[in-house]
Design a protein around this ligand. Structure first.
Ligand code: CA
Ligand code: CA
Ligand code: CA
Length: 263
């Protein structure tokens, strides 16, 4: 006879066997205790875990960076940092091959060309940036979205320097940007999240995108597709319309364009 039966000869064996729910309850409590202990225990550390004790800095403290992405824009095998700014000089910060980047003020793009590739103008108001090989020549081109003013494509010469081309609306309110081949023709297209109207700009296959006015999503220009509802912000419409933007019904009513050519 075991100790349990010796001290509780009638009670415990009967209850233990007759109440399987009790055993399940005990097992569940034990599992909960074990799981809680596992979560509360500090995770094990390993010698090869990454450490952030010595962060690498880039740029300057006063930089107004509004968007950033990474990519090897000078084709030397390492990832560079591409930063767009609001009212300051945007630039690609070149990787020195060991993960170090220029960490000062940009005051002379030509003189700092060994560590930077400037693009755009200091008075551009960019809000987002992405990289894509829009002209299919094998290098990454930059796409910078403007929160106000003109958005631009920066066509890479293969060494990280670029020439600009306009895309999008001259009066934009862009906030977010992504690139991807939405119509399956092999060329990356651009998806723009804009405070007035979300839009897809289709690549013509040579890296060119529509730039100009968007008067109506009912009859959008070639290469443009509206997505989702038009923003209903009447306080902005008079200024927008006066500067060559939308032709709006009165009163402005949110609409949805169902003719997005995703196929
Ligand atoms: Ca590089
Ligand atoms: Ca390219
Ligand atoms: Ca495409």
């Amino acid at each position: 006879m075991d100790n349990r039966s010796r001290y509780f000869p009638h009670v415990l064996p009967v209850r233990w066997a007759a109440l399987p729910s009790t055993r399940l309850l005990i097992a569940a409590v034990a599992a909960a205790v074990l799981l809680a202990g596992w979560h509360l225990t500090a995770p094990a550390t390993h010698a090869d875990d990454p450490s952030y004790d010595n962060p690498v800095t880039y740029g300057a403290a006063q930089d107004k960076i509004t968007g950033i992405t990474v990519g090897d824009i000078d084709a030397d095998g390492d990832l560079d940092l591409i930063a767009v700014k609001d009212g300051q000089q945007s630039a690609a910060y070149l990787n020195d091959g060991q993960g170090h980047f220029f960490d000062g003020v940009i005051d002379d793009c030509a003189a700092q060309a060994s560590v930077l590739r400037c693009f755009g103008a200091p008075d551009d108001h960019f809000t987002a940036v992405t990289l894509a090989d829009v002209d299919s020549d094998g290098d990454l081109d930059g796409v910078a979205l403007a929160g106000s003013g003109q958005s631009r494509i920066f066509v890479n010469d293969g060494r990280g320097s670029s020439s600009p081309a306009a895309f999008g609306f001259s009066l934009s309110a862009g906030r977010s940007l992504a690139a991807g081949d939405l119509n399956g023709d092999g060329s990356p297209d651009l998806v723009v999240g804009d405070r007035a109207q979300n839009v897809v700009f289709f690549n013509d296959g040579r890296g060119n995108f529509y730039s100009g006015r968007l008067d109506s999503c009912d009859t959008p220009p070639a290469g443009v597709a509206c997505v989702g509802a038009r923003a209903h912000r009447p306080s902005r419409w008079p200024t927008w319309t006066a500067m060559g933007g939308w032709t709006l019904p009165s009163p402005a009513v949110p609409t949805v364009n169902h003719r997005v050519p995703f196929t």
